[in-house]
Every structure is written in structure tokens, then in C-alpha cells.
Design a protein around this ligand. Structure first.
Ligand code: SAM
Length: 334
């Protein structure tokens, strides 16, 4: 029996941020002006160790978690991440995945697969090299991310999901080119509405390209039909190419919020539990794991937090809520 929150939602997915550091300075969540030389990232001793993460993961699984996603910052910059994958893959009944910017994937795909990772999601916001280099702010080329995606598929981390966050006037012109590129490839392109996470990105409603508009643009070139969800409460709405060239997904977090079905818990790299992507503060679980707590006490701490959960930020979003204090995406991992 899994624990449920005040709205009857169980805890099914756990996202674990393994570092707040990243080798990109993406305009969406780590703009250089804020995350420059003077930014204070977490110290090593502040991060959960791999053993602490695995212990917490096991406790979450006892509460009902079935899927774990490693994220960051950039998870592949955490040293020996394969070792953590191995520890988590040993937990029975867990689907283990990872979200990455793809920059180190070509080198790491095989080791991650061998360690027991099931799949990866790669973020890629444009195929236009100039746009992409400007967006990641470290002049990183598209070709290396594409090579990472190929390496992941070749290693058996398939199907690879490719996440594109669409922002008006930045990369919306590239949506159809992305669809064409991944059509027939076996990879699944997912188009995500730009969200008002954190404060450093200066989000405005005008920046959001509604998924309906994205689907219409792709459908005009590569005809689509709706596909059934893989499971109830799936966050991405699926669309299938009518010519058999695979599928895409759209995630309409702004225009069609899905708080009612949200079963996600998020653990920061320093062990704070956030019950919503838009939460202001997290609950300190590191103090519990470092405080000699028995497993029962750890379970009870997690269950108590989850039972009290009532978050549904995206359903309540207004121009005013967008300005409220919120945790940064680079810290919580998306
Ligand atoms: N570094 C990894 C990566 O690039 O995938 C994992 C962390 S990153 C924060 C996870 C995802 O969040 C990326 O796909 C990124 O594009 C997305 N993201 C960042 N800011 C966002 C925003 N404001 N709205 C929607 N997605 C956002």
C-alpha cells in the first residue's frame, strides 16, 4: 500500500538531483549572469553520498515509488555516477532512468547501461548550431549531443526521449526541423512548454508556445493522430505519425496543468524533499539519514511529509503566482 497525499495522489516517481553543477549555462535555467564565477554551488560534504541516496531511494520505494530518474544540474558531471546507478538498479521493482544534456553521453552510455540504467532522456532545444551554442552559453555543438543520443541507443538505452523546451522567439522556428530529424529514428521527441520555474530565467506568459500550436505546426508537415496514453496519468500527451514514422509527446504544463495526477517527489542533491516543482522550500531528509535514524523512522518521516502534501501550483497559476519565490530548476532538476 502506498502513502497518499491530501488529494489522494500516491508517490510513484522520485526524481533525484545528484549535483547542482552543470557544464552548460543554459538560458532556461542557469543563465551565466546568475550562475557565474561568484555563484556558490553546494560543497561536496553538503551533497548526499551515494549510499545515502540509495538508502533514501529504498525508503521511497517502500512508500510506493516505482520509477526513479536521476537529474541535476547535469548528472553526468557527478564523479562515478555509474556506481550510484548500480546501487539503485539493485532495488527491486524500479524503473531507473536519467535526464542529461547529452554532452558526456557518448563516453558514458555503455557504462551506464552496464551499471543497470534502463533509459535516458536527452535535452536538446535546437538543431540549429548557432541557436544551440548560444542557448547553452558554452559554445557546445549540436553534433556532439546527437552523437550522445546515437551512443545511448546503440548501448540499448532505448527508446531515447529527446526533450525540447519551446520558447517563443528563441527556438520555436526549429520545431518542425526537430520533428523531421527524429521522425523514423526510433527516438521520441517531446516538446515541452516553457515553465515559470525559479526566477533567474525572467519567464513571461508571452514566452510560452502552447502545445496545441506546436502540434498543429508539425501536423501540417508530418500528419499526426492522437495516441492512447501508455498508462493513466502520463504527463506527455502522445501523438503518432500517420505514416508509421513513430511518435512525439507534448507536455503542456502551462496550458493544461496536470497537478491532479502528479505523483512526483523531488529530492535535491543535499537531501531536501520537494513535493512540487514550484515549491518554495524542501524538507530536510539529510538530517534524518545522517542522524542515525532507523529505517522505520525514515519511512515515517517521508510518509508524514507526503500525507500533508496539497501542492497544485500549476492549476492555480496566475500572473501573480509567477512572481512568488520558488526553487530554481537547476537545483531541483526538472
Ligand atoms: N542537465 C540535465 C538536462 O539538461 O537535461 C538535467 C537537468 S535540466 C534542469 C532538466 C530539463 O529541464 C532540461 O530539459 C531543461 O531544458 C528543462 N528546463 C529548464 N528550465 C525549464 C523551464 N523553465 N521550463 C521547462 N523546462 C525547463
Amino acid at each position: 500500500m502506498s502513502v497518499v497525499d491530501t488529494l489522494g495522489r500516491p508517490v510513484r516517481d522520485l526524481r533525484i538531483s545528484v549535483t547542482d553543477r552543470c557544464n552548460f549555462r543554459c538560458v532556461y535555467c542557469m543563465p551565466k549572469e546568475v550562475f557565474g564565477r561568484d555563484f556558490r554551488f553546494l560543497e561536496r560534504r553538503e551533497l548526499l553520498t551515494f549510499e545515502e541516496i540509495a538508502r533514501l531511494a529504498r525508503a521511497f520505494v517502500r512508500q510506493g515509488v516505482q520509477k526513479i530518474r536521476l537529474t541535476g544540474g547535469e548528472p553526468l558531471v557527478r564523479r562515478n555516477i555509474e556506481r550510484l546507478v548500480e546501487l539503485l538498479a539493485a532495488i527491486e521493482g524500479v524503473d531507473l532512468t536519467l535526464t542529461t544534456n547529452g554532452s558526456l553521453l557518448r563516453e558514458k552510455a555503455r557504462a551506464l547501461r552496464d551499471a543497470g540504467l534502463n533509459r535516458v532522456t536527452v535535452s536538446l532545444d535546437s538543431l540549429d548550431d548557432n541557436v544551440f551554442r548560444a542557448m547553452n552559453d558554452v559554445d557546445f555543438p549540436v553534433t556532439k549531443v546527437l552523437a550522445g543520443i546515437d551512443a545511448a541507443a546503440a548501448a540499448g538505452l532505448a527508446p531515447v526521449k529527446v526533450n525540447m523546451v519551446v520558447k517563443r522567439g528563441v527556438n520555436d522556428h526549429d520545431v518542425v526541423a526537430m520533428a523531421r530529424h527524429f521522425h523514423g529514428s526510433g527516438h521520441i521527441l517531446r516538446l515541452i512548454e516553457y515553465m515559470d520555474v525559479g526566477h533567474t530565467n525572467g519567464w513571461r506568459m508571452d514566452d510560452v508556445v502552447p502545445s496545441a500550436e506546436v502540434v498543429a505546426a508539425i501536423d501540417a508537415e508530418l500528419p499526426l493522430e492522437p495516441a492512447e496514453p501508455n498508462y493513466p496519468g502520463e504527463v506527455a500527451a502522445r501523438w503518432r505519425y500517420r505514416d508509421g514514422g513513430g511518435e512525439i509527446g507534448v507536455i503542456s504544463s502551462v496550458t493544461q496543468p496536470f497537478c491532479g495526477g502528479c505523483t512526483r517527489a523531488r529530492l535535491s542533491a543535499e537531501g531536501r524533499l520537494f513535493t512540487c516543482l514550484f515549491a518554495v522550500r524542501g524538507h530536510d531528509l539529510r538530517a534524518v539519514v545522517r542522524g542515525d535514524a532507523a529505517d522505520e523512522a525514515l519511512d515515517e518521516a517521508i510518509a508524514t511529509i507526503w500525507r500533508g502534501r496539497s501542492d497544485r501550483y500549476s492549476e492555480l497559476r496566475t500572473a501573480e503566482t509567477a512572481a512568488l519565490p520558488k526553487v530554481e530548476m537547476s537545483y531541483i532538476g526538472g
